[in-house]
Design a protein around this ligand. Structure first.
Ligand SMILES: C[S@@+](CC[C@H](N)C(=O)[O-])C[C@H]1O[C@@H](n2cnc3c(N)ncnc32)[C@H](O)[C@@H]1O
Length: 253
């Protein structure tokens, strides 16, 4: 663990790079993101309120939060069966977004649960399987969410009854807490081994028409490697990965 070492400047710059600067460097693949952003400004739905409520507790930017919100609404509208599962919750903001979105939809109460898996002890040390290990290792122990604080935040936002938090390493908790059918899967565990173990345990649980959103595909080479390898082994072409923003990708199963 090298928590005492400073986080390299280039990672910080990526994480905090403002959206309006990215807007100035648009490419064709950015179009869906821009449309989402403009629609968010023009159409009033409850996303703005939800994002404002969870913003202090999440590292997700507007685009990835919006994609998650739209994904939940899409699977619920299409009647895709299953729970909403998140692997990598940290301070709980994105799990709260899933739960608040669900709560705002006209489904019978308690018909779905948000299951949030996390060590609640910060990022584990990455393995050498991560091509960007030299950068990744600086993040060991970062992004820590305290489980009691997460539960208090979920209660404060009125979604504690919709959300179950599962504490421990994915490698230990996923074989034990089987989440049943999944309508929406949010993978935000950053590292190769964290992403891979989630795909191995959860991919087959994702219902037909269910959505998988990967937060770190463009940000961490380990997450990208795990997704690329897994999809290749399953015979799923990479073209099925929809572009959310420079980091996020979404796939409809
Ligand atoms: C980038 S943070 C998640 C951010 C969060 N989704 C948000 O809204 O801000 C990554 C999280 O993944 C968790 N994590 C990564 N690998 C893990 C593993 N193998 N087992 C359990 N938790 C893991 C870390 O504890 C950390 O909280």
């Amino acid at each position: 663990m090298s928590g005492a070492e400073p986080i390299p400047k280039d990672i910080k710059a990526y994480v905090v790079y403002p959206w309006w600067k990215r807007m100035l460097r648009l490419r064709a693949r950015d179009l869906p993101r821009v449309v989402r952003k403009l629609r968010g400004l023009a159409v009033h739905d409850d996303f703005t309120d939800i994002y404002r409520a969870v913003r202090p507790f999440t590292m997700l930017n507007h685009s990835r939060a919006r994609a998650l919100y739209d994904g939940v609404r899409q699977v619920v509208a299409a009647g895709v069966p299953g729970n909403l599962v998140e692997c990598g919750s940290a301070r709980g903001g994105s799990a709260a977004l899933l739960a608040l979105t669900l709560k705002g939809l006209a489904e019978p109460p308690q018909s779905r649960t948000v299951i949030a898996f996390d060590s609640f002890a910060g990022l584990p040390a990455p393995s050498l399987e991560n091509p960007d290990y030299e950068l990744a290792r600086h993040w060991t122990g970062h992004c820590r969410g305290d489980l009691d604080a997460v539960r208090a935040m979920l209660a404060e936002l009125g979604v504690a009854d919709l959300t179950e938090c599962v504490k421990g390493l994915f490698q230990e908790t996923l074989p034990q807490r089987k989440p049943g059918p999944i309508a929406m899967l949010h993978l935000d565990g950053d590292w190769y081994e964290s992403t891979r173990v989630c795909l191995e345990h959860l991919w087959d649980c994702v219902s037909a028409g269910g959505i998988v959103q990967i937060d770190d595909y463009g940000a961490w080479a380990g997450a990208r490697k795990a997704v690329d390898e897994f999809l290749a082994a399953k015979g799923v072409p990479l073209t099925r990965l929809g572009y959310v923003d420079p980091s996020g990708r979404q796939l409809s199963k």
